[in-house]
Design a protein around this ligand. Structure first.
Ligand SMILES: [Zn+2]
Length: 230
């Protein structure tokens, strides 16, 4: 039977970051001063501005009226921020680990994130539960949250996001098992199309013993009562 070290909503980093990690800067800072690992010039702000003007015109708006004048610029900066994960390597967060004999399941649950559905460019928002079984080394717990945060910042589908997080942890950490569960509400389902407000989508990815051993996986799942999490 594993004992489970569980970090939940009461952990310190969690309480400080209701919507986004403290590493996030203001929109202005983000554009003027790219984070150190980002290559400069990868987001073409001028092209985004021109495209947003085109969209405004195409839907029958006047992009030059007062309220909309600055909108293309704001949207360009917003896209640079919410898609910055395209230019960052989340693996770097996992490249420092600490020797530790602990070999039971470590889980960080309820990591909040917002990502963008690649089919509609609308946000999907939810929480990720990430666990792994260390093998001689552990990573800093906040690093798992950094990985989720950074992988979220790109256009994608929830299924791929879930697998990408699991794959990265499996590749970068010495581990015998990895489990990732993501629960999110997709605004492309709630504000358009079938307009199902409040429905959530749950995806999972398991690797190693968490995939092959039913009892390990059940233990992982028992730590996450998805029914109580809207
Ligand atoms: Zn969508």
């Amino acid at each position: 039977m594993h004992t489970v070290l569980e970090l939940s909503a009461s952990s310190p980093w969690h309480s400080q970051r209701p919507a986004s990690l403290p590493v996030l800067q203001s929109e202005e800072d983000k554009v003027n001063q790219q984070s150190p690992s980002a290559q400069p010039g990868e987001v073409d702000l001028e092209s985004i501005k021109a495209a947003v003007r085109t969209i405004l015109k195409a839907v029958g708006e006047d992009p030059d009226r007062d309220g909309l004048k600055e909108t293309p610029r704001r949207v360009a900066k917003m896209y640079a921020e919410i898609f910055e994960g395209l230019h960052l390597d989340p693996a770097r967060h996992l490249q420092v680990s600490f020797a530790e004999e602990y070999d039971e399941l470590v889980m960080v649950r309820d990591i909040p994130f917002t990502s963008m559905c690649e089919h509609h460019l609308l946000p999907f928002t939810g929480v990720a539960h990430v666990g792994y079984i260390p093998q001689g080394h552990v990573t800093g717990l906040s690093k798992l949250a950094r990985v989720v945060e950074e992988i979220a910042r790109r256009p994608q589908v929830q299924e791929r996001m879930t697998h990408k997080i699991a794959e990265l942890i499996e590749t970068e950490l010495q581990t015998t098992g990895v489990g990732v569960i993501i629960q999110a509400e997709h605004s492309c389902m709630s504000i358009r199309g079938i307009k199902k407000l409040g429905s959530s989508t749950i995806t999972s990815a398991f690797r190693g013993t968490l995939k092959t051993s039913l009892s390990s996986r059940n233990e992982f799942l028992s730590m996450i009562d998805t029914r109580s999490r809207g």
